[in-house]
Ligand binder design. Structure first.
Ligand code: C5P
Length: 399
């Protein structure tokens, strides 16, 4: 039986020539036993008629916010909650841009913004539009938001030019969804604790010691684990990121507060992944007013060591609990990672080297090696969402 059987899928269709292939995709999904709700943009209807789509899906196609003659309101919120997955195929440059920026001017985008389920996009456009920095930027933003991009193929395009921008074939898109549901819920019933972001160590009311971590990697891990059914708590230092969908997010500021939140939860945790860039030191005293150059004459700040959260949890780890850490290294990367694995009593460590372009802080991509006591797997440069999936796959294989 197909993994799609009984699944609720929103098929979003935006206005591109490739919309004709969405009919085949719809047929494949329905044939595999999925319940499919089509949401089409006003432009999409120029390419394919709602009559075809509703007869194949067995449901009225949603396009406008209201049904014109009855005034009936279509709830994007209900749809967003109903879905187990949302696939937008074709996703035009304009739809990708609106998704990336929250421009909610049609039913497809409002549904996307309300969707609690994983979202997939299959871009389709002419090669120049595909290669434009704006499209690249929007796709990167969407990936960082947790959207899975089903890469377009190189081939003949509607313009008769040959290049990258041809929507992936419906059979392959259906296969991606099938695989997603197959591997879907292996963390169901598992309690996970993830740390992310930097910590800020206050010097005075307006200054702190911190670092350049943005939290993107840890947030991607938390989101991926939640998608796979885990009950995830994310303990996050200060970041500009939104709380990941389906995750309990606890915001902290300093290493000590992060430590408290982690220690109190660890006993009840199956898998802990420490991806925060915790400040190693904090000022010994907090000066309760803004330090003034003229009066205070502060020329040095005495520091004290912060607790090592990963090592503390490592020392309390029970058999069956899994603890993973990160190592961001500039030199002797592998040796340092192995040393941390042992010293902190971790089960695995994710090594990323600052020497690799596109890896480490702030980027949307990462290049990692996963190391445990028994093996070592090196991955190519990928989006942080894809790296999160690799990390979760690796941990799942150890369960
Ligand atoms: O020793 P180092 O800081 O390089 O170790 C990195 C790993 O240890 C990461 O997993 C990080 O989240 C964790 N760590 C921690 N508490 C600290 C320092 C690091 O949990 N105070």
């Amino acid at each position: 039986m197909s993994n799609l059987s009984g699944k609720h899928i929103i098929l979003g269709i935006s206005g591109g020539i490739a919309a004709y292939k969405s009919v085949t995709l719809l047929r494949l999904l329905v044939k595999a036993g999925a319940e499919v709700q089509v949401v089409i943009t006003p432009n999409g209807k120029e390419f394919i008629t709602p009559v075809t789509l509703s007869s194949l899906s067995g449901k009225p196609v949603v396009s406008e916010f209201f049904t014109a003659n009855t005034g009936e309101w279509h709830s994007h919120v209900d749809l967003g909650l109903w879905a187990d997955a949302m696939i937008i195929a074709p996703a035009t440059a304009s739809t990708l841009a609106k998704m990336a920026n929250g421009v909610a001017d049609n039913m497809l985008i409002t549904t996307y913004l309300s969707a609690k389920a994983p979202v997939f996009v299959a871009p389709a456009m002419d090669l120049d539009m595909m290669a434009h920095p704006s499209t690249t930027r929007n796709l990167r933003t969407l990936q960082a938001d947790g959207v899975t991009v089903i890469e377009p193929e190189v081939g003949e395009l509607a313009s008769h030019l040959v290049g990258r921008g041809r929507m992936e074939e419906p059979e392959k898109i259906a296969a991606v969804l099938d695989t997603f549901f197959a591997s879907g819920q292996q963390l169901k019933g598992k309690k996970m604790l993830v740390t992310a972001g930097p910590t800020y160590e206050r010097i005075d009311p307006v200054r702190f010691i911190g670092n350049f971590s943005t939290g993107k990697m840890g947030y991607a891990i938390a989101a991926e684990a939640a998608r796979r059914g885990a009950d995830v708590t994310l303990v996050s230092g200060p970041t500009a990121l939104a709380d990941p969908a389906g995750v309990t997010t606890v915001r902290v500021e300093s290493a000590r507060s992060m430590m408290q939140e982690c220690e109190s939860r660890f006993g009840d945790t199956d898998i802990a992944i420490m991806s925060a860039a915790v400040a190693d030191y904090a000022p010994k005293i907090f000066i309760d007013h803004k330090i003034k150059r003229e009066h205070d004459n502060v020329e040095s700040i005495e520091l004290v060591k912060n607790p090592d959260i990963a090592a503390t949890l490592g020392s309390k780890k029970r058999p069956g609990q899994i603890l993973a850490g990160f190592a961001l290294e500039t030199d002797n990367a592998r040796a340092n990672a192995l040393e941390k694995l042992r010293r902190k009593n971790l089960d695995m460590i994710v090594l990323n080297s600052l020497a690799d372009v596109g890896a480490g802080f702030g980027t949307d991509t990462n290049k990692v090696t996963l190391i445990s006591a028994t093996d070592e797997v090196e991955f190519p440069l990928k989006s942080k969402a894809a790296v999160a999936a690799d990390i979760i796959d690796y941990i799942s294989s150890k369960l």
